[in-house]
Structure formats: C-alpha cells, structure tokens
Design a protein around this ligand. Structure first.
Ligand code: NAP
Length: 270
C-alpha cells in the first residue's frame, strides 16, 4: 500500500510573473477544506533547484513548479507519473513512500479548457499550435488522447518545433510557415507568452479559419486581447484561466486525496 505523506507545507517553485494567482487559488481551496496550511511561492535560481527540492522534501513539503523549473524538476524526481513522463515536465510534486513523485496536471488542465471552449469533449480536431515550449508539450500530450486528432506546430524557432514534434510522431507535425499550420484548423492554440504583458497577438485573427475555436493559454484579468478579438469575429474562444484552475484543483487532489471546492477557487480569481 502506498503512503502519501500529508504535506506540512505547500510551496510553489517558480518565477514571480507566472505564479501570481496560484496562492489565491490554493488559499481558497485550503480555507474551504479547513486545512491550516500555508501555500507559499518562492523564487529559486535554476542552479539551486536540486538543493531546494531536497530540503523541502526533508521538511515534509509538497507543492507546484512553474516557469522555469518544470522540465528540470522532472529530472530530479524519483518517480514520474506516465503523464509527466510523456510531457517531460512536472508542475506538481509530493512525497510517496519516501520518494519524490512528479505529475503534470497542466495536461488535464488543458483538456478541461478545451472542453469548456468547445462545449463538448474534443475529437477529430485539427489543432494549429503556436509555440513549442513546456505548455505546448502539455497540449500535445493532451491531444494525443483525443480521438482522431492531429496538431500542426508553428514556432518562432523552427528547430525547437521540430524537436518537440519528434517526441509526438503520431500526433504532431512542425510547420515553418504559419499559414500551413492554420490551414483547415478546427482549433487554434496560443502557447506563447504573447498577450501576457502586452497587447500583441500570436497571429492576426483574420487569418484564423472561420469556424475554428480559439484557445489562449495566457490568462489575465478581463480576457487576453487575442481572446477578445477572436470573440468579436464570432469564434468560440477562451483564455488559460480554466486551465490554471483545473491544474490547481488536481494538484490539491494529489496532495490530499480529495476534491477541492472548485467554486471557491474560481471565486478567488474572478
Ligand atoms: P516556454 O517553455 O518558455 O516557451 C515559450 C514559447 O513561446 C516558445 O515556443 C517561444 O518561442 C515562444 N515565444 C516566446 N516569446 C515569443 C514571441 N515574442 N514571439 C513568438 N514566440 C514567442 O514557456 P511555456 O511554459 O511553454 O509557457 C508559455 C505560456 O503559456 C506562458 O507565458 C503562460 O502564460 C502560458 N501557460 C499557461 C498555463 C495555464 O495554466 N493557463 C500553463 C502553462 C503555461 P522560441 O522557442 O522561439 O523562443
């Protein structure tokens, strides 16, 4: 029988810009469950990650990881879930039978976001994916489970797109011209930070096929400029907030073995 140590501390390892909403989400889930545990976000230099995670494990902690640590943490875990192994990235970690275990709930988070935007379970999708970093890998891992679905990946650095697609040969193909990625797309996904701190678009909305759903992994208060512009043109569209909430809810489930109050989590960030 496995023994998951109930964490005495919850820690997000990351970068200040990317983790601003997580303490709010987890604070709401913990308060609603009556758990007197603090969720703290700490900045860790990449060179200190291994030292820091060992110290946290010894201290009875569990937690999340975000940019820029998700890939490096996967290499430090004693065990990865199959999903984290496929994505080669860890966004949630805990201690089980004395071992550091890493999972990737961004994948299920993206699935929940796609389902929400489409209004039904995804299937037979032709996805145009812009970006080829860690978030793009989570998208490809999720789409790999969708029936009859394929992805064309466009990235600023084409070699990175080719490397990513080589990990998902049954699902993904790299394109060097964005029009090729967009041709026939039923879903367009932004997996770059464009629109996070600026008013930029990953692609002009006029170039998106008429009936395609538009998903922006970026989130910010009042929708991203890309999502607003896509909706104005009549596309079904949604930003990354639903993905963020779901990956956090599933993190809570990994740590405590029960469902969090998702309503309270949504209320904390909307
Ligand atoms: P990452 O690993 O650093 O990858 C960033 C990707 O964006 C790379 O493909 C990079 O292209 C591309 N890029 C960066 N700046 C660009 C620009 N100005 N123009 C064109 N392409 C650009 O980051 P990540 O972990 O994949 O995260 C990407 C974004 O997804 C984050 O900013 C975050 O907002 C969002 N995200 C959201 C959630 C959620 O829960 N909603 C979860 C994870 C990530 P190059 O390879 O050419 O550098």
């Amino acid at each position: 029988m496995t023994h998951v140590s109930r964490p005495g501390r919850l820690v997000l390892l990351g970068h200040p810009v990317s983790h601003s909403l997580s303490p709010l989400l987890h604070g709401a889930a913990l308060a609603s469950a009556g758990l007197d545990i603090e969720y703290e976000a700490i900045d860790v230099a990449p060179a200190r990650l291994e030292h820091e995670i060992r110290a946290l494990v010894a201290d009875g902690a569990a937690g999340n990881a975000t940019i820029p640590h998700k890939e490096a943490l996967a290499g430090l875990c004693d065990r990865l879930t199959p999903t984290a192994g496929l994505a080669e990235a860890v966004n949630v970690w805990w201690v089980e039978d004395g071992e550091l275990v890493g999972d990737n709930t961004d994948v299920a988070g993206f699935h929940a976001l796609a389902r929400r935007v489409l209004g039904c379970p995804p299937g037979c999708e032709r996805v145009a994916l812009i970006g080829a970093g860690g978030a793009a890998a989570a998208v490809l891992t999720a789409v790999g489970d969708w029936p009859e679905s394929r992805v064309r990946v466009f990235n600023r650095d084409p070699a990175r797109a080719r490397r990513l697609c080589a990990r998902y040969p049954d699902v993904a193909r790299a394109e060097t011209v964005i029009e090729e990625a967009l041709a026939g797309a039923t879903m367009v996904v932004n997996a770059t930070p464009i629109g996070l701190l600026d008013e930029g678009f990953p692609v002009a909305v006029e170039r998106i096929p008429e009936r395609a759903a538009v998903i922006d992994l970026v989130y910010r208060q009042g929708d991203t400029p890309f999502v607003r512009a896509a909706r104005e043109r009549g596309h079904r569209a949604g930003d990354g907030l639903a993905m963020l909430v779901e990956q956090a809810a599933l993190s809570f489930q990994r740590w405590f073995g029960r469902e969090p109050n998702r309503q309270a989590m949504w209320a904390a960030v909307t």
